[in-house]
Design a protein around this ligand. Structure first.
Ligand code: NDP
Length: 255
Protein backbone atom coordinates (compact mmCIF):
# COMPACT_ATOMS: atom_id res chain seq x y z
CA UNK A 1 0.00 0.00 0.00
CA UNK A 2 1.37 3.44 -0.86
CA UNK A 3 0.63 7.04 -0.06
CA UNK A 4 -1.64 8.37 2.64
CA UNK A 5 -2.68 4.97 3.96
CA UNK A 6 0.80 3.44 4.03
CA UNK A 7 1.85 2.19 7.47
CA UNK A 8 5.28 0.89 6.40
CA UNK A 9 7.84 1.46 9.19
CA UNK A 10 5.08 2.20 11.74
CA UNK A 11 4.71 0.19 14.95
CA UNK A 12 1.24 -0.47 16.37
CA UNK A 13 0.10 -2.00 19.65
CA UNK A 14 -3.35 -3.64 19.58
CA UNK A 15 -4.70 -4.70 22.98
CA UNK A 16 -7.16 -7.55 22.62
CA UNK A 17 -5.44 -8.16 19.28
CA UNK A 18 -5.59 -11.94 19.58
CA UNK A 19 -9.25 -12.34 18.58
CA UNK A 20 -12.41 -10.77 17.20
CA UNK A 21 -12.42 -7.07 16.31
CA UNK A 22 -8.84 -6.53 17.52
CA UNK A 23 -7.50 -9.24 15.23
CA UNK A 24 -9.61 -7.87 12.36
CA UNK A 25 -8.02 -4.44 12.90
CA UNK A 26 -4.53 -5.95 13.25
CA UNK A 27 -4.94 -7.77 9.92
CA UNK A 28 -5.80 -4.44 8.28
CA UNK A 29 -2.73 -2.79 9.81
CA UNK A 30 -0.58 -5.71 8.62
CA UNK A 31 -1.91 -5.33 5.07
CA UNK A 32 -0.94 -1.63 5.22
CA UNK A 33 2.63 -2.58 6.23
CA UNK A 34 2.67 -1.94 10.00
CA UNK A 35 4.77 -3.87 12.52
CA UNK A 36 2.49 -5.26 15.19
CA UNK A 37 2.43 -5.86 18.90
CA UNK A 38 -0.67 -7.74 20.00
CA UNK A 39 -1.58 -8.13 23.66
CA UNK A 40 -3.94 -10.44 25.53
CA UNK A 41 -3.90 -12.64 28.62
CA UNK A 42 -4.24 -15.97 26.84
CA UNK A 43 -0.90 -17.28 25.52
CA UNK A 44 -2.49 -19.79 23.13
CA UNK A 45 -4.74 -17.19 21.51
CA UNK A 46 -1.74 -14.84 21.29
CA UNK A 47 0.35 -17.48 19.52
CA UNK A 48 -2.40 -18.39 17.03
CA UNK A 49 -3.11 -14.74 16.18
CA UNK A 50 0.62 -14.04 15.88
CA UNK A 51 0.95 -16.83 13.33
CA UNK A 52 -2.07 -15.59 11.36
CA UNK A 53 -0.56 -12.10 11.17
CA UNK A 54 2.89 -13.42 10.23
CA UNK A 55 1.25 -15.37 7.43
CA UNK A 56 0.17 -11.98 6.05
CA UNK A 57 3.84 -10.93 5.99
CA UNK A 58 3.84 -8.80 9.16
CA UNK A 59 6.52 -8.68 11.84
CA UNK A 60 4.66 -9.50 15.04
CA UNK A 61 5.35 -9.55 18.75
CA UNK A 62 2.67 -11.21 20.90
CA UNK A 63 2.76 -10.11 24.55
CA UNK A 64 0.99 -11.82 27.42
CA UNK A 65 -0.50 -8.90 29.34
CA UNK A 66 -3.43 -8.09 31.62
CA UNK A 67 -4.11 -4.47 30.71
CA UNK A 68 -6.07 -3.82 33.90
CA UNK A 69 -2.64 -3.67 35.59
CA UNK A 70 -0.59 -0.47 35.37
CA UNK A 71 2.72 -2.37 35.41
CA UNK A 72 1.55 -4.60 32.56
CA UNK A 73 0.65 -1.57 30.41
CA UNK A 74 4.08 -0.05 30.98
CA UNK A 75 5.79 -3.39 30.28
CA UNK A 76 3.78 -3.74 27.07
CA UNK A 77 5.01 -0.40 25.73
CA UNK A 78 8.55 -1.28 26.84
CA UNK A 79 8.37 -4.61 25.00
CA UNK A 80 7.27 -2.81 21.81
CA UNK A 81 10.17 -0.37 22.11
CA UNK A 82 12.70 -3.14 22.78
CA UNK A 83 11.52 -5.23 19.83
CA UNK A 84 10.89 -2.50 17.24
CA UNK A 85 12.63 0.62 18.59
CA UNK A 86 9.63 2.94 18.31
CA UNK A 87 5.88 3.23 18.84
CA UNK A 88 3.48 5.13 16.58
CA UNK A 89 0.00 3.70 17.10
CA UNK A 90 -2.00 2.36 20.06
CA UNK A 91 -5.32 0.56 19.75
CA UNK A 92 -7.05 0.27 23.14
CA UNK A 93 -9.42 -2.52 22.23
CA UNK A 94 -9.39 -5.10 25.06
CA UNK A 95 -12.85 -5.51 26.49
CA UNK A 96 -15.26 -7.65 28.44
CA UNK A 97 -18.89 -7.67 29.53
CA UNK A 98 -20.97 -9.10 32.38
CA UNK A 99 -24.69 -9.05 31.60
CA UNK A 100 -27.34 -8.79 34.32
CA UNK A 101 -29.88 -6.29 35.70
CA UNK A 102 -28.18 -3.27 37.35
CA UNK A 103 -29.39 -4.15 40.85
CA UNK A 104 -27.62 -7.53 40.74
CA UNK A 105 -23.98 -6.50 40.12
CA UNK A 106 -21.38 -6.89 42.84
CA UNK A 107 -18.81 -4.11 43.22
CA UNK A 108 -16.18 -6.60 42.07
CA UNK A 109 -18.08 -7.22 38.81
CA UNK A 110 -18.51 -3.47 38.23
CA UNK A 111 -14.77 -2.94 38.74
CA UNK A 112 -13.85 -5.84 36.44
CA UNK A 113 -15.77 -4.31 33.54
CA UNK A 114 -14.65 -0.72 34.19
CA UNK A 115 -11.00 -1.73 34.67
CA UNK A 116 -10.91 -3.90 31.55
CA UNK A 117 -12.74 -1.54 29.19
CA UNK A 118 -11.93 1.97 30.42
CA UNK A 119 -9.12 2.16 32.98
CA UNK A 120 -6.93 -0.02 30.73
CA UNK A 121 -7.29 2.52 27.90
CA UNK A 122 -6.23 5.32 30.25
CA UNK A 123 -3.27 3.34 31.60
CA UNK A 124 -2.00 2.19 28.19
CA UNK A 125 -2.38 5.71 26.75
CA UNK A 126 -0.42 7.16 29.66
CA UNK A 127 2.27 4.50 29.21
CA UNK A 128 2.48 5.11 25.44
CA UNK A 129 2.52 8.93 25.58
CA UNK A 130 6.30 9.48 25.97
CA UNK A 131 7.08 7.09 23.11
CA UNK A 132 4.50 8.74 20.83
CA UNK A 133 5.94 12.17 21.62
CA UNK A 134 9.42 10.83 20.87
CA UNK A 135 8.18 9.52 17.49
CA UNK A 136 7.01 13.05 16.62
CA UNK A 137 3.33 12.22 17.02
CA UNK A 138 1.02 9.26 16.82
CA UNK A 139 -2.44 7.78 16.87
CA UNK A 140 -4.58 6.38 19.66
CA UNK A 141 -7.75 4.52 18.70
CA UNK A 142 -10.16 3.38 21.42
CA UNK A 143 -12.92 0.82 20.96
CA UNK A 144 -16.30 2.06 22.17
CA UNK A 145 -19.68 0.50 21.40
CA UNK A 146 -23.30 1.26 20.53
CA UNK A 147 -23.66 1.49 24.33
CA UNK A 148 -21.45 4.61 24.08
CA UNK A 149 -24.64 6.15 22.63
CA UNK A 150 -27.61 4.00 23.71
CA UNK A 151 -28.64 2.55 27.05
CA UNK A 152 -28.70 -1.24 27.49
CA UNK A 153 -30.60 -2.44 30.56
CA UNK A 154 -28.50 -5.60 30.81
CA UNK A 155 -25.13 -3.82 30.58
CA UNK A 156 -24.85 -0.92 33.06
CA UNK A 157 -21.09 -1.13 33.80
CA UNK A 158 -20.33 -1.92 30.14
CA UNK A 159 -22.30 1.13 28.97
CA UNK A 160 -20.66 3.32 31.62
CA UNK A 161 -17.22 2.15 30.47
CA UNK A 162 -18.00 2.66 26.77
CA UNK A 163 -19.53 6.10 27.35
CA UNK A 164 -16.34 6.88 29.25
CA UNK A 165 -14.23 5.74 26.30
CA UNK A 166 -15.72 8.49 24.13
CA UNK A 167 -15.07 11.21 26.71
CA UNK A 168 -11.57 9.88 27.43
CA UNK A 169 -10.85 10.02 23.69
CA UNK A 170 -12.01 13.65 23.53
CA UNK A 171 -9.94 14.61 26.59
CA UNK A 172 -6.76 12.98 25.26
CA UNK A 173 -7.40 14.48 21.79
CA UNK A 174 -7.65 17.94 23.36
CA UNK A 175 -4.60 17.54 25.58
CA UNK A 176 -2.25 15.90 23.11
CA UNK A 177 -3.08 17.68 19.83
CA UNK A 178 -0.06 19.90 20.56
CA UNK A 179 2.09 16.76 20.37
CA UNK A 180 0.62 15.77 16.99
CA UNK A 181 -1.22 12.84 18.57
CA UNK A 182 -4.72 12.16 17.21
CA UNK A 183 -7.14 10.24 19.43
CA UNK A 184 -10.41 8.78 18.15
CA UNK A 185 -12.96 6.15 19.11
CA UNK A 186 -14.55 3.46 16.95
CA UNK A 187 -18.10 2.46 17.88
CA UNK A 188 -18.82 -1.05 16.59
CA UNK A 189 -22.38 -2.17 16.00
CA UNK A 190 -23.20 -5.82 16.64
CA UNK A 191 -20.25 -7.90 15.47
CA UNK A 192 -19.97 -11.69 15.37
CA UNK A 193 -17.19 -12.45 17.90
CA UNK A 194 -16.60 -14.60 20.99
CA UNK A 195 -18.04 -11.78 23.13
CA UNK A 196 -21.36 -11.63 21.27
CA UNK A 197 -21.65 -15.39 20.79
CA UNK A 198 -21.91 -15.43 24.59
CA UNK A 199 -24.42 -12.54 24.52
CA UNK A 200 -26.61 -14.42 22.07
CA UNK A 201 -26.72 -17.34 24.50
CA UNK A 202 -27.61 -15.08 27.44
CA UNK A 203 -30.05 -12.60 25.84
CA UNK A 204 -33.11 -14.30 24.27
CA UNK A 205 -34.07 -12.97 20.80
CA UNK A 206 -30.89 -10.87 20.46
CA UNK A 207 -29.83 -12.39 17.14
CA UNK A 208 -33.14 -11.60 15.44
CA UNK A 209 -33.41 -8.13 17.00
CA UNK A 210 -29.96 -7.17 15.68
CA UNK A 211 -30.82 -8.34 12.16
CA UNK A 212 -34.14 -6.45 12.21
CA UNK A 213 -32.60 -3.24 13.61
CA UNK A 214 -29.46 -3.07 11.41
CA UNK A 215 -30.09 -1.42 8.00
CA UNK A 216 -27.30 -3.53 6.46
CA UNK A 217 -29.37 -6.55 7.62
CA UNK A 218 -26.40 -8.55 8.85
CA UNK A 219 -24.09 -8.90 11.83
CA UNK A 220 -20.70 -7.27 11.34
CA UNK A 221 -17.54 -9.36 11.04
CA UNK A 222 -14.01 -8.59 12.29
CA UNK A 223 -12.90 -7.90 8.69
CA UNK A 224 -15.25 -4.87 8.68
CA UNK A 225 -12.73 -3.13 10.98
CA UNK A 226 -9.65 -3.35 8.74
CA UNK A 227 -10.45 -0.23 6.74
CA UNK A 228 -11.33 2.08 9.63
CA UNK A 229 -8.25 0.85 11.51
CA UNK A 230 -5.94 1.73 8.60
CA UNK A 231 -7.60 5.12 8.13
CA UNK A 232 -7.38 6.16 11.79
CA UNK A 233 -3.81 4.85 12.13
CA UNK A 234 -2.53 6.57 8.99
CA UNK A 235 -1.65 10.05 7.73
CA UNK A 236 -5.03 10.05 5.97
CA UNK A 237 -6.66 11.00 9.30
CA UNK A 238 -4.15 13.64 10.48
CA UNK A 239 -6.88 16.31 10.93
CA UNK A 240 -9.40 13.88 12.47
CA UNK A 241 -9.28 13.87 16.26
CA UNK A 242 -11.69 13.58 19.18
CA UNK A 243 -14.31 11.80 17.09
CA UNK A 244 -16.36 8.65 17.71
CA UNK A 245 -17.07 6.85 14.46
CA UNK A 246 -19.82 4.23 14.27
CA UNK A 247 -18.94 1.11 12.24
CA UNK A 248 -22.35 -0.44 12.54
CA UNK A 249 -24.07 -1.11 9.22
CA UNK A 250 -26.32 1.89 9.96
CA UNK A 251 -27.55 0.65 13.37
CA UNK A 252 -27.14 4.07 15.05
CA UNK A 253 -28.53 5.97 12.05
CA UNK A 254 -31.99 4.39 12.16
CA UNK A 255 -34.67 5.44 14.67
P1 NDP B 1 -13.38 -10.85 21.92
O1 NDP B 1 -13.85 -11.57 23.12
O2 NDP B 1 -13.12 -11.61 20.67
O3 NDP B 1 -12.10 -9.98 22.24
C1 NDP B 1 -11.81 -9.44 23.50
C2 NDP B 1 -10.31 -9.26 23.55
O4 NDP B 1 -9.94 -8.56 24.74
C3 NDP B 1 -9.56 -10.58 23.56
O5 NDP B 1 -8.45 -10.46 22.69
C4 NDP B 1 -9.09 -10.73 24.99
O6 NDP B 1 -7.89 -11.48 25.05
C5 NDP B 1 -8.87 -9.26 25.36
N1 NDP B 1 -8.91 -8.99 26.81
C6 NDP B 1 -9.98 -9.09 27.63
N2 NDP B 1 -9.61 -8.74 28.88
C7 NDP B 1 -8.29 -8.43 28.84
C8 NDP B 1 -7.36 -8.01 29.80
N3 NDP B 1 -7.68 -7.83 31.09
N4 NDP B 1 -6.08 -7.79 29.40
C9 NDP B 1 -5.73 -7.96 28.09
N5 NDP B 1 -6.58 -8.33 27.14
C10 NDP B 1 -7.85 -8.58 27.51
O7 NDP B 1 -14.51 -9.75 21.67
P2 NDP B 1 -14.63 -8.53 20.62
O8 NDP B 1 -13.65 -8.63 19.54
O9 NDP B 1 -16.06 -8.45 20.31
O10 NDP B 1 -14.27 -7.28 21.55
C11 NDP B 1 -13.25 -6.36 21.25
C12 NDP B 1 -13.70 -4.98 21.69
O11 NDP B 1 -14.83 -4.59 20.91
C13 NDP B 1 -14.13 -4.89 23.15
O12 NDP B 1 -13.68 -3.66 23.68
C14 NDP B 1 -15.63 -4.91 23.05
O13 NDP B 1 -16.23 -4.29 24.15
C15 NDP B 1 -15.83 -4.12 21.78
N6 NDP B 1 -17.14 -4.25 21.14
C16 NDP B 1 -17.57 -5.44 20.61
C17 NDP B 1 -18.79 -5.50 19.98
C18 NDP B 1 -19.30 -6.74 19.35
O14 NDP B 1 -20.44 -6.74 18.88
N7 NDP B 1 -18.54 -7.82 19.28
C19 NDP B 1 -19.67 -4.34 19.88
C20 NDP B 1 -19.12 -3.16 20.48
C21 NDP B 1 -17.90 -3.13 21.07
P3 NDP B 1 -7.54 -12.50 26.28
O15 NDP B 1 -8.79 -13.29 26.54
O16 NDP B 1 -6.40 -13.31 25.76
O17 NDP B 1 -7.15 -11.63 27.43
Amino acid sequence: MTGLLDLGGRVAIVTGGNSGIGLGMAKGLAAAGAMLVIAGRNAQKNAAAGQALQALGAQVLAVEADVTQEDACRALVQAALERFGRLDILFNNAGTNIRKPPQDYTLEEWKTVLDTNLTSAFLCSQAAYPALVKAGGGKIINTGSMTSIFGAGFAAPYGASKGGIVQLSKALASAWAKDNIQVNAILPGWIDTELTRQARKEVPGLHERVLARTPAARWGVPEDFAGIAIFLASRASDFVTGTAIPVDGGYSAQA
